[in-house]
Design a protein around this ligand. Structure first.
Ligand code: PFF
Length: 468
């Protein structure tokens, strides 16, 4: 195990949990979860999601964090320390944040631009059809905002683990929670009368969000919902991408890992549920079911429309909403860059400050390229799951849809069948702590995770499209 110097560790359990929760809570919770819940039958999706979080999410989170703390290293060297022959898995894992980082600051830049719009009183223009598209297709503004976001991220990483990452998370996460709870309560109090006299209320929207709808369920749609929930869990918990291995390597040996994992699960899932409660009733009240747009448009098109319909209060709600989104995105973006930085420091035996500066320059260039993927560098790239996408979608597809299930599959084989799950369970009970769900962990890592990850990989390759 590497000797970690002072200041290269989280201060304790709270510092670790708040930083890990900062990584986990991001745009995935704010727009992806509510959108999937709306699409996959409300409460049905939520029930399936909850069951999967405490089984799959838990297993993957435990594996990553325990590997990190046990080896004291980041992905590449951590997998090598477990088994020399499996270093390739470390390299593959390291590549996920390398790819994600090319586009994460671009999304952060979009959010920043929208917040600035609401601050300067330009919020009603942001609600116009075509505003979002005309913004991202312009060649200058998205690049400038993306670069600002990238440089701020680099600055936090430059200041180290406790002084940068932990301090930033301690500051932003409580504000984030207060904002999400406040906006969710406000959403439930809304009411709107349509031109044809139909009245829609926030509480009706809450029913749309929470009530399970089994009426449309077939074996095909059930499997689809299961797969949607699974891929959301990867993304949302930041697992199978080396990030939690890196954060795990900064955890002191006396910290109770099981309790930390439980707190991260609750934090991340709680914010996702609250985000749904904030967004779905609001969109339902002002735009009906048709407003539940797909993907980024929910955040950048549907929500500005909601704020515009609120009247003068909308401007302030818009500022609060986008501030919340910036905090969530920044703490996630930080974890992506930290994972790359930590691996590079180990590979090149370089200092944190030097590594951060070099990586920030490289990723500023990458951010500019991806941001220009909607204007100067526009191209329509066919994706295996059907449809086409731009550069950002391609990077997202490679990292999230393709690499993550393959990595989870391989790491489950490594832990469950090659080195044995005892190396993880021993780390979880290092100080004699109770490891609840230990039997569940053993069954999941050996049998369930490999099979489901194989199915997810086939789906990502477009080989399950025959399922109706
Ligand atoms: N977990 C973050 C979210 O739910 O938005 C997303 C994320 C963070 C993805 C960090 C990838 C990552 F490397």
């Amino acid at each position: 195990m590497s000797a970690k110097k002072k200041g290269v560790l989280f201060s304790g359990q709270f510092g670790f949990v708040i930083a890990a929760a900062g990584s986990a809570v991001g745009v995935g919770n704010l727009w992806r979860f509510p959108y999937l819940a709306a699409k996959d039958g409300g409460g049905t999706f939520i029930i399936i999601y909850l069951v999967l979080v405490v089984s799959f999410g838990f297993t993957l989170l435990v594996s990553d964090i325990a590997i990190g703390r046990k080896t004291g290293k980041s992905a590449i060297h951590a997998y090598e320390a477990l088994s020399r022959k499996w270093k390739f898995l470390g390299i593959l894992t390291f590549l996920v944040p390398v790819v994600i980082m090319t586009y994460y600051a671009v999304i952060g830049g979009w959010i920043t631009r929208f917040m600035v719009d609401f601050i300067v009183g330009n919020g009603t223009a942001a609600a116009d059809d075509g505003y979002f598209v005309s913004f991202i297709t312009s060649p200058v503004s998205p690049v400038v905002y993306g670069l600002i976001f990238m440089v701020v991220t680099g600055f936090v990483i430059y200041n180290g683990v406790e002084g940068g990452i932990e301090r930033c998370s301690r500051l932003l996460m409580p504000v984030l929670i207060a904002l999400v709870v406040g906006i969710a309560i406000f959403s439930l109090t809304l009411s709107y009368t349509d031109a044809d006299g139909t009245v829609r209320t926030g509480l009706q929207g809450l029913v749309v969000y929470l009530k399970p709808d089994f009426s449309q369920m077939t074996p095909g749609t059930f499997l689809k919902t299961l797969l949607d929930a699974m891929s959301q869990i990867f993304f949302s918990l930041s697992v199978s991408m080396g990030i939690m291995i890196t954060y795990g390597s900064y955890v002191k040996k006396n910290v109770n890992l099981y309790r930390s994992v439980r707190q991260i699960e609750v934090f991340d899932t709680g914010v996702a549920l609250l985000a749904g409660m904030m967004i779905i009733p609001a969109v339902f009240v002002f735009s009906g079911m048709e407003g539940m747009a797909k993907g980024p448009t929910l955040m950048f098109v549907a929500m500005p429309k909601v704020f515009a319909a609120m009247g003068p209060a909308g401007r302030y709600m818009g500022i609060a909403f986008f501030a919340l989104a910036i905090f969530a995105t920044l703490t996630s973006c930080i974890s992506v860059l930290e994972s790359i930085t930590a691996n590079c420091m180990e590979i090149f035996h370089a200092s944190r400050k030097k590594t951060t500066v070099v990586l920030t320059v490289i990723y500023c260039a990458a951010t500019a390229v991806i941001a220009l993927g909607y204007s100067v560098l526009y191209c329509d790239i066919p994706l295996p799951g059907g449809g086409t996408g731009q550069l950002l979608d391609l990077m997202d597809y490679i990292s999230n849809s393709l690499m993550m299930p393959i990595i989870s599959l391989l790491s489950a084989i490594l832990i469950g069948w090659v080195v044995g799950s005892k190396c993880i369970t021993d780390e979880m009970t290092l100080n004699g702590e109770k490891f609840g769900r230990k039997r569940l962990y053993n069954v999941m890592i050996r049998y369930v995770v490999p099979i489901v990850m194989l199915i997810l990989t086939l789906q990502a390759l477009g080989l399950l499209s025959w399922l109706k």
